[in-house]
Design a protein around this ligand. Structure first.
Ligand code: ADP
Ligand code: MG
Length: 240
């Protein structure tokens, strides 16, 4: 589903990604972790073309992301992305938030888009909040809306960038539960997160990044039992 081959990216003389390669198969759940500044956000933003890269190749469901001929808006329409800070439209109701891209990007009828949005809102346990505005919801609720909004586009895979790190601790699990359900339903997911409980329960593989490199890419069993690099051992010792 996602094939990342020898991807490098620099900002001037600063190498933010160095020769990164990995693949994510259909239905796989990959957790990406590593210290702050190691390039995790940049890597997953490269996957849906939000960040350009200078060398290497990324293929998503047969489409080359770096190819100038690729229609990135079309690609992004089907690669769901959920950010740390929810990124809902503050001046629109939850219903409008769920419907707008379906109408504007996929060309769905308004009624159909609203109907689909409400079904997904129900699925994340928030049907009663449809008429509210984002500012009237808790962080955990807003993030569940953001996930529902991404799902409304019928994504072929989902990218998460620290979806729970801006949340109060008591709200983390409500978001992880939604992500866990998605994973169990077979969604292909690439999740930047430091929630190692989630990684242990749900991930198929764990990628550990350091200074722009993928230094571990292993089954979760191997990663947690015996991380190969010293850097990953230190990281785990700190956060577990
Ligand atoms: P992570 O998500 O692992 O914390 P990021 O991918 O956000 O890391 O960033 C990796 C590195 O790239 C950081 O050192 C960051 O400061 C740097 N960086 C990110 N965006 C830019 C930019 N637009 N210009 C220069 N450096 C950047
Ligand atoms: Mg980041």
């Amino acid at each position: 589903m996602i094939q990342i081959s020898h991807v490098s990216k620099n900002y001037g003389s600063f190498d933010v990604l160095k020769d990164c390669s990995t693949t994510v198969s259909k239905g796989e759940v990959i957790v990406v972790c590593g210290p702050s500044g190691s390039g995790k956000s940049t890597l997953i933003k490269c996957v849906n073309g939000l960040e350009p890269f200078q060398s290497g190749e990324i293929i998503v469901n047969g489409t080359s992301v770096g190819d100038p001929k690729t229609n990135l808006s079309k690609l992004r329409a089907h690669v769901g992305m959920v950010f740390q800070n929810f990124e809902l439209f503050p001046h629109m109701s939850i219903t409008q938030n769920l419907a707008i891209a379906q109408v504007k990007v996929l060309g769905r009828q308004q009624d159909e888009a609203i109907d689909k949005g409400l079904k997904l809102l129900d699925r994340v346990g928030l049907k009663a909040h449809a008429h509210k505005f984002p500012g009237q919801l808790s962080g955990g609720q807003q993030q569940r809306v953001a996930i529902a909004r991404a799902l409304a586009m019928d994504p072929i895979c989902m990218l998460f960038d620290e979806p729970t790190s801006a949340l109060d601790p008591e709200m983390v699990n409500e978001v992880l539960d939604v992500m866990t359900e998605l994973a169990q339903e077979g969604m292909t997911m690439m999740c930047v997160t430091h929630e190692m409980g989630f990684a242990k329960r749900v991930a198929n593989r764990v990628i550990f990044m350091d200074h722009g490199r993928i230094v571990e890419d292993d089954s979760k069993e191997a990663f947690f039992a015996n991380p190969r690099s010293e850097r990953a051992q230190q990281f785990l010792a700190k956060i577990l």
